[in-house]
Ligand binder design. Structure first.
Ligand code: HEC
Ligand SMILES: [Cu+2]
Length: 311
């Protein structure tokens, strides 16, 4: 989904910019712990220097207080602080919306409102700002890990179970996420984007998910749609209104509207689309899609132009 971009694209995968309540609380905790550690380090070094400079031995009182009492109290405070933060993350007042995200080698299937499984998208998760959302995290193959550093901490996606991560995005913008658990050859190429939008734009986005794909409105795009069907792409990909049902690869109904191609990896444009279709194994080694290097040049261009027009 384009528009509403307030931050740059590839500099947004950082835990130092808080854009969700979980990440903000973790950031505060990190700063408190780092400052506390720095103060303790300086104090210990000071005391060590003082003890070293003394002519006579220090009294045991110093050892007991500085070596046992103070560390026990300090560590206890930090443990309480981090436990309270952990407990507070994910606590929400209103009933959260539910989005189901399923990890696949090496892409993300996204279902907005799992009761209506047709509200489907891929490799891009749109979130409403300031509203709690529970992400139901699953996997279809191996263990992946869902991580958007600016929004929240990590959560594993484990085959055969559903993990819940409740997040509240607090800033409109675009934030990068990344699979954080080694999951195969192209694990480092398994990223995605989270787009945080206003409540009105979120409603518009959900409406858009219900509509069919844009019509092929030029000769080339019509040819591209035919190539898509003739080449057998619908065995794995769905385009709503054109070819439905297949779930082995990402839903392509709005593929041209995503900011990136190949799960957060390349800019979305006709050139990259054509390169992907002709030689996906070069752009993403091990991807569960064959390279279509037998397509003629005009057919390849046509299908790339057609997919790019789907917004
Ligand atoms: C055997 C199943 C399969 C077939 C057949 C297949 N694909 Fe794919 N396709 C995939 C998978 C799996 C992915 C996700 C790859 C990844 O990112 O790891 C994918 C990804 C894509 C993407 C990127 C989507 C995105 O969100 O970035 C495009 C575009 C695409 N395929 C187009 C095609 C076209 C066009 C054809 C037919 C010429 C085709 N595919 C045939 C399985 C398939
Ligand atoms: Cu992964």
């Amino acid at each position: 989904m384009n528009g509403e971009t307030t931050l740059g694209r590839f500099d947004t995968q950082t835990a130092l910019v808080g854009a969700g309540t979980g990440a903000e609380m973790t950031l505060v905790l990190t700063v408190v712990m780092t400052v506390a550690a720095a103060v303790i380090f300086v104090a210990v070094m000071g005391v060590a220097w003082w003890a070293w400079r003394r002519e006579t031995n220090v009294r045991p009182w110093w050892v007991w207080t500085g070596g046992v009492v103070v560390p026990v109290i300090t560590l206890a405070l930090l443990v309480v602080g981090s436990s309270l933060t952990l407990a507070a993350i994910g606590e929400v007042d209103e009933e959260p919306a539910v989005i189901e995200v399923t990890g696949h080698q090496y892409w993300w299937d996204v279902i907005h409102d799992p009761r209506d499984r047709s509200l489907r998208d891929a490799n891009e998760i749109v979130l409403p700002v300031d509203q709690p959302v529970t992400l139901r995290l699953k996997s279809e193959d191996v263990i992946h890990s869902f991580w958007v550093p600016s929004i929240s901490g990590k959560m594993d996606m484990i085959p055969g179970r559903t993990n819940a991560l409740t997040v509240t995005a607090t800033r409109i913008g675009r934030f990068r996420g990344q699979c954080a658990e080694f999951c195969g050859l192209s694990h480092p190429l398994m990223a995605f984007e989270v787009v945080v939008v206003s409540t009105e734009n979120y409603a518009a986005y959900l409406d858009g998910l219900e509509t069919e794909a844009r019509d092929a409105d030029t000769l080339q795009r019509t040819r591209g749609r035919d190539v898509f069907i003739e080449a057998g792409c619908p065995a794995c990909h769905a385009i709503r209104g054109v070819a439905e049902g297949a779930r082995i690869g990402p839903d392509l109904t709005r593929v041209g509207g995503r900011a990136s191609l190949g799960a957060g990896m390349w800019a979305m444009n006709v050139g990259n689309l054509a390169g992907w279709i002709a030689d996906v194994q070069d752009m993403k080694p091990g991807a569960q899609m064959p390279s279509y290097n037998h397509l003629s040049g005009p057919d390849l261009r046509a299908v790339a132009h057609y997919l790019e027009s789907l917004k």
